[in-house]
Design a binder for this molecule. Sequence first.
Ligand SMILES: Cc1cc2nc3c(=O)[nH]c(=O)nc-3n(C[C@H](O)[C@H](O)[C@H](O)COP(=O)(O)OP(=O)(O)OC[C@H]3O[C@@H](n4cnc5c(N)ncnc54)[C@H](O)[C@@H]3O)c2cc1C
Length: 389
Amino acid sequence: MLQFELTEDQRMMLDTVKRVRKNVIEPNAKRWLDGEFPYENMDALAEIGILGMAVPEEYGGIGASVLDTVLVLEEIAKGCYVTAMAVLGEVGTQCRILSHYGSDELREKYLPKLLKGKCILAICMTEPDCGTDLGSMKTNASVMNDRVVLNGAKTMISRAEEADLFVIFTRVNNAPGTKGIGCVFVEKGTKGLTADACYHTMGGENLADVRFENVEVPIENLGLGEGSLRKLLGAFNTQRCLNPAICLGMAEASLEESIRFMRDRKAFGNSIGDFQGMRWKVASMLTEIEAGRSILYRAAATAEPFPNPTLAAMAKIYVNEMSIRVCSEGVQLHGGYGFLDDFAVSRNYRGVRYGTLGGGTTETLRNFVGRELVERMDLETGVAGMGLF
Ligand SMILES: Cc1cc2nc3c(=O)[nH]c(=O)nc-3n(C[C@H](O)[C@H](O)[C@H](O)COP(=O)(O)OP(=O)(O)OC[C@H]3O[C@@H](n4cnc5c(N)ncnc54)[C@H](O)[C@@H]3O)c2cc1C
């Protein structure tokens, strides 16, 4: 039977996160627009266990499902994009790669700290000359007996200046193409590693250039050798549900703010909420949000431990694009006030633009879904089969 209800545990968890959002996160959301890292909010979320969502129970974490993580990120993003992105770094792909492919020593050292908010993780994939086209990656890890020597450069890396541990997608032993890609862990302070947060984004956070010059680490830090891109992208499918969860939260917040505003704001002797043109806007916003919520929750619910790639890609495409439309309408409905930093709809509009760019661009995901359809669709089960019913 299809279930569309949250469980009692999920509702209790969301009530707790909502309290932190309302009391701690939301009142200061504007403060993080200048690139400062929201440590205060992270501490408050660590206190209620949220930063341990992706940490396995044996290390003191919750080992939460992808769906639970989606619900929590959605709730946090309703209050602050920058904070939701900071939390994504802790409960997303990099923690899952560390938990699945990190050495015992790295897991024991970092996972317990992570859930207390005392360890920031950065994931380094994008390079100056390649983002989507991972097969053109130049960063290389040379394996020399019991050591690995890393050289290369990454760009647009989130949380790199704050990071304690870097999860790095790299070519291994100069093996060519996508088949040559593996993953290395590098600890902060390792000789030859530099991170310079030289970019400021329209969402509010800073991004960094990260360089590796003869960075030497023990062989145990080679999490995955060459030929591992499929495994790494498996973990990355989680991000394809978590990134849209943030966008969904911002779309919801923009709708709620719009309802509040349209009830109060007067024009031509009426509340603007009395105008049919305004009512149609919010009706469409909610319709789109609910469609997005359905596909996203369903994709997240397929995770074992990582979500179904086709559903996750479709969920990300739809929710990312839907939330840009909804947040744009939120600005429009607020008139000129919608353009001011002080208004949440303005901050949401800026933050939500990240969705279609990070975690797999919309174009790449459409390429993937299109390929699945043309090359693999089973015409016996047809469209229903693609949706896994
Ligand atoms: C806020 C933010 C945070 C980020 N954080 C991180 C991080 O922590 N770690 C990290 O590694 N990266 C991070 N990035 C970088 C992000 O992952 C890349 O920007 C993204 O992967 C796209 O790569 P690119 O910018 O090099 O664009 P390109 O790959 O150069 O693409 C440019 C355009 O061409 C399109 N395109 C490319 N190939 C095709 C194709 N085959 N068919 C059709 N269209 C195509 C793309 O969709 C895009 O529209 C972050 C980016 C942002 C904005």
